[in-house]
Structures are given as C-alpha cells and as structure tokens.
Ligand binder design. Structure first.
Ligand SMILES: Cc1cc2nc3c(=O)[nH]c(=O)nc-3n(C[C@H](O)[C@H](O)[C@H](O)COP(=O)(O)OP(=O)(O)OC[C@H]3O[C@@H](n4cnc5c(N)ncnc54)[C@H](O)[C@@H]3O)c2cc1C
Length: 334
C-alpha cells in the first residue's frame, strides 16, 4: 500500500487528485488482504473513465487488475464466459469478436473495465450490458465475503443498477459472467449510423466482426479521445420525461428529437437540449462543452473537478430554465 498517490493518470478526465492510500490487486485473495489493511473509505477504481474527482480521496483507492477470460458453460447455441473484472471491456469484446461469439459487438470501444460495466449497465447502439448478462461475483468491502448477484438482483435500468443505488460503494465486483451466441447470430444494425457505415464499408451481409468494425469507426469519428482531451464520454443521462413535457417542448421546437419508451414516456437526447441552450463548443476556464458532442464535457488542460461541476450546474440550470427538464449526471462525481 503506497501513500499519497496521484490519480491523474488513472482517470480519463485528467483531473489531479491524490489517494491517501493506494493499492492494486490482481486476484480475489489479494483483494481480501488489501481490504483487511485498507483505511476507509475505500474506492474501487477500474479504468477511471466514469469518475470525476472533486477532491483528494481521504481513504484507500483499490485499483482492480483481476484478469482472466474463461468459457464456463457450453449450450447448443450459446456459451457462458466468466471474465475477470479487471479485464478491459473493449479487450474482452475484441476477444469475443475474434472467437465469432455474438452479443457484445455493439458495445465495442467503450472504455473501462469489465467490473464497472454492470455498475451503470453500459450501453451503446441499441444494446446494453444486461442483454448479455448472466450474473456476477462481488466481494463485500466491509466483510470480505463473496456474494453472487443474478440479473434480477442487479436491478438494471437505463445507465443504472443496484450498484449505483442501495449497494453503492459496498462491493468490489470480481467477475462477470456473460452469455454469447455461438450459432447463427442476428446482428443489430438498426441503431444510429451502423447500417450506413456498413454500406460505406461495402458490406451487405454483416458478420459480428463487421458490426464491431462499424461501431469502432463511428465511435472513433464522433467521440473525443481521452488520450488527447480529458473527458468521461456522456456527462449526463438522456432524460426520460412524461409525454406532456415533450409535447410542450414540441410547441416551440417542432423538430425536437425523441424516442418513445415502452411505458409511454419519452426519452430526449440530452445533447440536443444542451446544444439548443448554446453550450456546444463553449469554453469556460479550463473546461468546456465539446464542439462536436455537446453531451461531453472536456478538460482543456489543468481543469479541477470543481470547475467541471460548476459548468455542469450551469448547464443543468439553463436546460431546466429553457425546457423544464432536469438533467442528471451519468458520471460518478467523487
Ligand atoms: C470516450 C468515452 C466514451 C464512453 N462511452 C460510453 C458508452 O457508449 N456507453 C456507456 O455506458 N458508457 C460510456 N462511457 C463511460 C465508461 O466507459 C463506462 O461507464 C465504463 O463502464 C467505466 O468503466 P471504468 O472501469 O473506467 O470505471 P471507473 O470510472 O473506474 O468507475 C466507475 C464507477 O464504478 C465503480 N467501479 C469500478 N469498478 C468496480 C468494481 N470492480 N466493482 C464495483 N464498483 C466498481 C467505481 O467505484 C465508480 O463508482 C464512456 C467513457 C468515455 C471516456
């Protein structure tokens, strides 16, 4: 366990913060030993691609590096794969694509670790983690005891799970088991620009690998690379509102984009709301709103977490004043 460790290289926002105590674990046994010595509060950190540090961490940061990918069950048309939570998510997806295992290809190039994927039920291009999720194992931080969570026990929602609600900060997820198809896999190409990109690639009958390549192309062209400009991807969730709220917005903005939800409510792209309020490309001090993706807040260099939070509050205020819709951060503010 080392003291006063800089977390700057360990968060994609590129925020300077320090951990009073820091350790990295590569196995469940090491994790248990680290927990016995840890000074509370304990923070489990994966790739640091969904956290915004607003202060130094006063306790122990445990960096998760528990690796391993193993096929644990085989069925006629599927396999269950258990993945160590410290594996890179994209690395795992590439492994699956390489084996022609289907289900995770639309989630290509999402940064971060496998263990954080259930925390916010990562999603992209019409697929969410829950669509391939079987179960997970986690170690309780306070006791070191292992607990298994089934899919219902995780209570997955849109960018949400029990690990962001009642069980927040209580567990270290150590492995995740996913179900992938081995037989003829029906690829999902109906979302965003996937079909268009496949057509540009000259692909008529897309394979799992083709869909992954298309998603990687789209994401690389649209999203800012954290290695070049600090960010955490989408800073806010897309708000889900009552239909009456959306209809009111449509009176002044007839072309307001939306997705109808099965429960009758409406999801509005947060990026569109932010753009309408004039924030896209705006710089405030060392932070700002990305010029291509209004939903992405960026660190132009040397930004503090407090500066990013102040910008987020200003955006929340102006979207609420203009549209009567309150944005919620997707990023974990620490
Ligand atoms: C450029 C960019 C694009 C992105 N695109 C998407 C996208 O398309 N869809 C999407 O859903 N997300 C996206 N994200 C957000 C991010 O990639 C995901 O939320 C990812 O799952 C975070 O993984 P991480 O390992 O970096 O988590 P961290 O940032 O390290 O941690 C996030 C939270 O999970 C907790 N946590 C981490 N590991 C564990 C564990 N093993 N057990 C228990 N708790 C844990 C942490 O304590 C923290 O609260 C994007 C981010 C970036 C930078």
């Amino acid at each position: 366990m080392t003291r006063m460790t800089s977390l700057l290289p360990l968060n994609t926002f590129g925020i300077e913060a320090r951990a009073a105590h820091f350790t990295e674990v590569t196995s469940v046994d090491e994790l248990r030993r680290a927990l016995r010595r840890a000074v509370p509060p304990v923070l489990v950190l994966g790739g640091g691609s969904n956290v915004l540090f607003t202060q130094d961490w006063p306790g122990t940061v445990i960096r998760n590096a528990i690796r391993g990918i193993e096929v644990v069950r085989r069925f006629k048309n599927r396999v269950w794969v258990r993945v160590g939570s410290g594996e890179s998510w994209h690395g795992f997806v590439q492994w699956a694509v390489g084996q022609n295992l289907g289900g995770a290809e639309n989630l290509s190039l999402i940064p971060g670790s496998v263990g954080a994927a259930p925390v916010q039920n990562i999603g992209a291009y019409g697929v969410e983690l829950k669509d391939v999720f079987v179960g997970l194992e986690a170690v309780e931080l306070a006791t070191g005891k292992t607990r298994r969570f089934s899919r219902p026990a995780c209570r997955f929602g849109y960018r949400d799970s029990v690990f962001k609600q009642t069980e927040k900060g209580r567990y270290c997820i150590t492995s995740v088991t996913l179900s992938l198809s081995t037989g003829r896999h029906r690829v999902h190409t109906g979302y965003g620009d996937i079909a268009k990109t496949l057509a540009e690639m000259g692909v008529a009958q897309p394979t799992i690998a083709d869909v992954s390549t298309a998603v990687i192309r789209i994401r690389s062209s649209k999203l800012p690379d954290p290695a070049r400009i600090g960010n955490c991807g989408s800073f806010f969730k897309n708000p889900e509102v009552e239909r009456a709220v959306y209809e009111k917005i449509r009176l002044t903005h007839p072309a307001a984009p939306h997705y109808d939800l099965p429960d009758g409510r409406v999801k509005i792209p947060a990026g569109w709301l932010i753009e309408q309020c004039g924030w896209k490309g705006k710089r405030v001090g060392n932070t700002g709103c990305h010029d291509k993706q209004a939903l992405v807040l960026v660190n132009h260099g040397g930004a503090t977490g407090a500066e990013v939070v102040a910008l987020a509050h200003a955006i929340i205020g102006s979207v609420e004043n203009t549209f009567g819709v309150r944005l919620e951060p997707e990023v974990n503010i620490l």
